[in-house]
Design a binder for this molecule. Sequence first.
Ligand code: NAD
Length: 369
Amino acid sequence: MAKNLFLLPGDGIGPEAMGEVRKIIAHMNDAMGADFALDEGLVGGCAYDAHGAAISEEDMAKAMAADAVLFGAVGGPKWDDVPYEVRPEAGLLRLRKDMELFANLRPAICYPALANASSLKPELVEGLDILIIRELTGGVYFGEPKTITDLGNGQKRAIDTQVYDTYEIERISSVAFEMARTRSNRVCSMEKRNVMKSGVLWNQVVTATHKEKYSDVKLDHMLADAGGMQLVRAPKQFDVIVTDNLFGDMLSDVAAMLTGSLGMLPSASLGAPDAKTGKRKALYEPVHGSAPDIAGKGIANPIAMIASFAMCLRYSFNMVKDADNLEKAIANVLDQGIRTGDIMADGARQVGTVEMGDAILKEFVSLSV
Ligand code: NAD
């Protein structure tokens, strides 16, 4: 059966980076019998220009029906003044909401060739390979009440509500345990049970889910603030970290920066398994934005986008060998000293987006025989 991929390249460097993924897909279809069926839509500013909305209903329906969505980036100064509800980011938020993508996966991988670019000592980050799983649709960003009230005495009161139900913690911790089984089989759950009731429940539910279904996986608990310290003290101690929306937002950015440039960071957002097919809705996207400062110049780093496609192969299609080969191809190209401007180093050869994509494809082809 064809594997249906829906591409949403978006704005700025999104289409340039997506172009390099398209070449890899074409090779996999032509030479490896991969049978990807591609469709493409508009999201963000370009969708606003075409339809007056950040994503059209037709493209939303295609995203909902696809086996996986590959998303580039949205936004740019051209759309700074469009109405709030149709701003470019609204397209991404709509996709996350309608597809019920509750699990955000952010790997932090430090390629040996880039260990010197980290703000930490190279020996602390070289070979780093951790996966942060952040709950994406609940917690304090969405909890009600969410208000600012005028108290009438010259003071105002702001309220955000941190709220989690059992099922939300069960499903995100299940994703973490399942991911750990495909890696080094260790999960560290982070919360603040010492000061937050939601942390107490989080801890209890993760522990119960582990006991019931995943006792083969090693589970540790850590307070989220201590976890932040450990991430910059000794990040290689972790395999999979699972945490809530707020802590995950911060900890995943901390972990990401251990590894260097924004142009290197992929991500995946997954929904619940379908009751009939067991397939999860999924969207894969680089962490970076549309980089308007370099858009159209042919110098963007396509690695985050290509690594997002590697995650898609791994998590949506179980094409583990191909995912491994694509990630290895990226590492090999970096080892050869081929770099885009954002990760340039002394003695390396600077290339543009297309040349970087070609070099990775060439390595991928030779690793795939
Ligand atoms: P950005 O990630 O677009 O860029 C930050 C800096 O990193 C820029 O100097 C950029 O040139 C550089 N950079 C980013 N990706 C790169 C790559 N692949 N190769 C080389 N250099 C790269 O963030 P920003 O400048 O804060 O935002 C620009 C626009 O993107 C804004 O409109 C913002 O709203 C939007 N944005 C979108 C997303 C998304 O689509 N998911 C995420 C963040 C920001």
